[in-house]
Design a protein around this ligand. Structure first.
Ligand code: FE2
Length: 511
């Protein structure tokens, strides 16, 4: 299997994200020779497969509308659901060559007695503003390089702020993986600028998947590929930096998410190893080594230098649901496990050309780490035909024992008109029961999250809130399920008068 994708198509030397993240000040890449054909190919493919509109550029620079409600909106479901995601995929004739390179657009669905309103704006990153001003693509990204790219002068030169969103200590932050958070205005969605927890940590990478404990304590990681360093963050509920430290990791991979328990942090290092100057883009500078183990780092929360490694068979993971640790020091966590990173290296690249690849997909697994014996094991949770991604839990039991998991799934034995995940599912660990609701084929569901009912006991009551792109009606909708009866379908739907590109991660903030 070829994971180091399509190097023969390229006609340039590598630069970009890794150089930026490691503090190198110049980039000497040359660009694609076939740009217009990629945009045209995608346009042609959309005629045959209209659902590909999910990977199109947003039709407007900003949006604002009142949604139309169907069903009965739960009266206690008031607050704001924020979602971030790539929403500008083309600049003029230039189309990015990877889904993850699209410039970030932050959306807010505001739910109140007056119904549901929606607004969205692009994150005004340095890159977005410069390219808007110049009218051309200027900067290399995760896996795309335009012609005649501008020099990358800092980690945030290419930071598109497009992966996730965090609401913490009164700040709304749009998150990328290899740079700083962008501080956003909660009410207007205007971009205030790059956010730093302290002046000393300005520009230190802060990944898109921080974990927040029920008391507001925040943990996160970042990585500096060229320097082979993993950065770990500990921030209190008031947003004050408690500690930040680094661990040497060689070889270093591209971790995307991690697990926090009452005592430890766990970060997987799949054998997708960064090799400086070995590829034309940051993604291509990584090599997949299927014969090597997946290294798993377990770190003491109180002392980041107190850590140990265990090993799993070769594998790739984007997202974890939740992790927790018992009195005996046994850590349990779940993850959407893939056998390799080809969905990222191939599928999300090919789809930008309009090519639909089946993909490897990921399958939910449960893991067990014995912190005393320093051992780890894994087991699949469902049949191999069930693909899963975007796991979510009740935020009130984050980093503690959970019994309920919310996620997107797809049963590959059931054909569909598109290749994305198409079900919303709940899984209860103690009963082993999986409940699913399949979206109609003309709707592409995005990540859904667990929103607790105010005043209820953890995991006892609440809603699953998510969004979906209806490619047939060309509208984006927000759906609400009763978390106890997802199989019954949405209890309410809020439909927007327009369609938005498919996004990545969202967060619900209670009013
Ligand atoms: Fe993610």
């Amino acid at each position: 299997m070829k994971i180091k994708a399509s190097l023969n198509r390229r006609n340039f030397t590598r630069g970009g994200l890794a150089l930026a993240a490691s503090g190198a000040l110049t980039s000497t890449v040359s660009g694609w020779a076939t740009q217009p054909s990629r945009a045209n190919k995608f346009k042609q493919a959309k005629v045959l497969h209209p659902w590909l509109m999910g990977y199109d550029t947003a039709s407007q620079d900003s949006f604002h509308a009142q949604a139309t409600i169907q069903g009965v909106w739960p009266k206690e479901l008031v607050g704001t659901f924020y979602r971030n995601g790539p929403a500008r995929h083309e600049i003029g004739d230039y189309r990015y060559s990877h889904w993850f390179d699209g410039d970030g657009m932050l959306q807010a669905y505001r739910m109140s007695d007056n119904g549901v309103s929606h607004s969205a704006k692009f994150v005004q990153t340095y890159k977005y503003q410069a390219e808007k001003r110049e009218g051309r693509a200027m900067y290399p990204g995760f896996a795309s390089v335009p012609d005649n790219p501008a020099p990358v002068t800092s980690p945030d030169s290419t930071n598109v702020g497009n992966i996730s969103v965090l609401h913490h200590h009164g700040k709304l932050l749009a998150l990328w993986e290899a740079g700083s958070p962008w501080e956003m205005d909660e009410d207007t969605l205007d971009t205030k600028g790059v956010y730093s927890f302290t002046p000393q940590t300005k520009g230190v990478p802060f990944s898109a998947h921080p974990r927040v404990e029920a008391d507001g304590t925040l943990w996160n990681f970042g990585y500096l590929s060229n320097a082979k360093l993993l950065v770990l963050w500990h921030i209190d509920a008031k947003g004050k930096l408690v500690k930040v430290d680094k661990i040497n990791v060689d070889p270093i991979s591209m971790p995307h998410d991690f697990i926090v328990t009452s005592k430890h942090l766990m970060i997987m290092m799949p054998p997708f190893h960064y090799e400086s100057n070995s590829g034309p883009t940051f993604m291509d500078a990584h090599s997949w080594n299927p014969d090597l183990p997946c290294r798993v780092l377990v770190v003491d929360k109180n002392d980041f230098q107190n850590h140990f490694w265990v090993e799993l068979p070769s594998q790739w993971v984007f997202h974890y649901g939740n992790g927790w640790e018992d009195e005996a020091g046994i850590i349990r966590f779940d993850a959407a496990r893939a056998s390799n990173p080809s969905d990222m290296t191939e599928v999300f690249r090919e789809i930008m050309h309009g090519n639909i690849a089946p993909g490897t997909g990921s399958h939910h697994h449960q893991y067990r780490i014995d912190t005393k014996r320093k051992s780890i094991s894994e087991a699949p949770m469902f049949s191999p035909t069930i693909h899963s991604e975007f796991p979510s839990v009740d935020p009130r039991i984050s980093c503690r024992r959970n019994n309920l998991l919310v996620m997107l799934t797809r049963d590959t034995e059931q054909p569909a008109l598109h290749s994305n995940l198409n079900e919303i599912a709940t899984f209860t660990f103690d009963s082993g029961r999986l409940k699913t609701f399949r979206y109609p084929d003309h709707q592409l569901p995005e990540e859904h999250v667990f929103v607790p009912k105010p005043g209820s006991k953890p995991e006892s009551a609440g809603w699953i809130v998510g969004t979906a792109l209806d490619w047939k009606s060309q509208q984006t909708l927000m759906t609400v399920f009763d978390v106890r009866a997802v199989q019954d379908g949405p209890v309410a739907t809020a439909t927007l008068p327009y369609a938005l590109p498919l996004g990545l991660h969202g967060k619900f903030v209670h009013a």
